[in-house]
Design a protein around this ligand. Structure first.
Ligand SMILES: C[S@@+](CC[C@H](N)C(=O)[O-])C[C@H]1O[C@@H](n2cnc3c(N)ncnc32)[C@H](O)[C@@H]1O
Length: 246
């Protein structure tokens, strides 16, 4: 299987990923409270739904036992949106990545209750998973909903949406596939429009300002929080264009 991104972005990314102790990550490891049920779910249901991190590409056909369009959600939080999608779209397969173990436990509990056959979970840094475990053009859809906005200027380097990340997502999407993003932090929304707009492999499906109408979806936990705070929610949709790789 081919693993590649465009040359400049690939070398920047390789340099970053080569350091396992790299200080700049898009998350902080929180020792959030894990409930007894979530801890039990991690023990009982991880073997069924969990995929370990390995520096080798996943064979999605083997993982799901079939060939079907695949959606990947990055930073699914407690997984409510992924769960909803996986249960109403049994014809698609879903991969979720999240580093926060209580959130993973929460999703495992619900996935086991619903006996979902089309969902798998990775508990690891999404950048590393995308780089090592997802083959080029393997995905049909990538979701990034309400990523941590890191509002302070000195923390902007922690934002997950950076040029190398954008190039990597473009590479892992098949031509015609979509990258959906949402945020309630206006400066981050503007930055997303700018950075994705600068990637020749993406077409913005939005209006003149670069945004789309709200898709039909149950609000996620962080979306509800943003709305409570009176923030405007921005939705973005980019289409991976076909044609020669750059
Ligand atoms: C602000 S929360 C949003 C959660 C959810 N998408 C929602 O809308 O409710 C961002 C989530 O992304 C996760 N996250 C951030 N960077 C990540 C990374 N590099 N790999 C995996 N998960 C990450 C965090 O642990 C956190 O749960």
């Amino acid at each position: 299987m081919q693993i590649s991104v465009n040359a400049t972005a690939a070398s920047a990314l390789l340099k970053t990923l080569a350091n396992p102790n790299r200080p700049v990550r898009s998350y902080v490891t929180r020792n959030g409270r894990i409930t007894a049920a979530q801890a039990r779910a991690l023990q009982q249901h991880w073997p069924r739904f969990g995929l370990e991190f390995l520096a080798a590409p996943l064979n999605l056909e083997q993982v799901f036992g079939r060939r079907a369009p695949c959606t990947l959600e990055i930073g699914f939080g407690n997984g409510e949106y992924l769960l909803e999608r996986a249960s109403v779209e049994p014809e698609r397969d879903f991969l979720g990545i999240e580093v926060h173990r209580p959130g993973v436990g929460h999703l495992l509990l619900a996935a086991a209750r619903l006996e979902l056959a089309n969902l798998r979970i990775l508990c690891h840094d999404a950048l590393e998973v995308l780089h090592w475990q997802i083959a080029a053009a393997a995905l049909d859809e990538v979701l990034l909903l309400f990523p941590d906005p890191w509002p302070k200027k000195r923390h902007h380097k922690r934002r997950i949406v950076q040029p190398e990340f954008v190039a990597l997502v473009a590479d892992r999407l098949r031509p015609g596939g979509h990258f959906e993003l949402a945020t309630d932090w206006e400066p981050y929304a503007q930055e997303m429009v700018r950075l994705l707009g600068a990637c020749a492999r993406f077409d913005n499906c939005g209006d003149a300002a670069g945004f789309t109408a709200p898709p039909v979806r149950t609000a996620t936990r962080f979306e509800r929080r943003g709305m409570r705070l009176g923030h405007q929610v921005r939705n973005l949709r980019f289409r991976r264009v076909s044609g020669p790789r750059i």
